[in-house]
Ligand binder design. Structure first.
Ligand SMILES: [Zn+2]
Length: 146
């Protein structure tokens, strides 16, 4: 599972030589990623790396749809409790307020690395440059793994 390996590499990269104790991942609501198998692959790939034994945390990235014609982003939250695929279907049936039906899925797909937890006392990175917080990489869109 290439995506798990890429995610691990990214986490190790961010840890800069420190031990990784936890990794938070965002899994798209309609992604085909199965957390259980990510964990199995992770265990396999992380063996003998600084991320061995790290805990994986999964968060759901909600489905997001937008209109290609007018750019409006759909508010799908009223459909809480409805499955993601049913949500998509309803959005398509309903169409956009602008009258168009040129909808696109813009969020809730794939797997993203949200943050990692590191052991500040480990490694020889010197520490200090990311402050006292243990969470890295809050902002990055460029961390997205496809
Ligand atoms: Zn529209």
């Amino acid at each position: 599972m290439v995506i798990t390996k890429a995610m691990l590499d990214l986490a190790l990269d961010q840890a800069e030589g420190r031990r990784v104790t936890g990794i938070t991942l965002q899994v798209g609501e309609i992604s085909s990623v199965v957390p259980g198998s990510v964990e199995i692959f992770f265990k396999h790939f992380s063996k003998d790396t600084l991320a061995e034994g790290a805990k994986l945390h999964f968060e759901v990235l909600p489905l997001e749809m937008a209109c290609r014609d007018c750019g409006e982003v759909f508010d799908l939250s009223p459909l809480k409790g409805v499955g993601p695929h049913a949500k998509m279907e309803r959005a398509f049936v309903q169409g956009c307020r602008c009258g168009g039906n040129n909808l696109d899925v813009v969020g809730g797909i794939g797997l993203e690395l949200k943050s990692i937890d590191v052991d500040e006392d480990s490694g020889q990175a010197g520490g200090g440059e990311i402050g006292s917080g243990q969470t890295l990489g809050d902002q990055p869109d460029d961390l997205e793994i496809r």
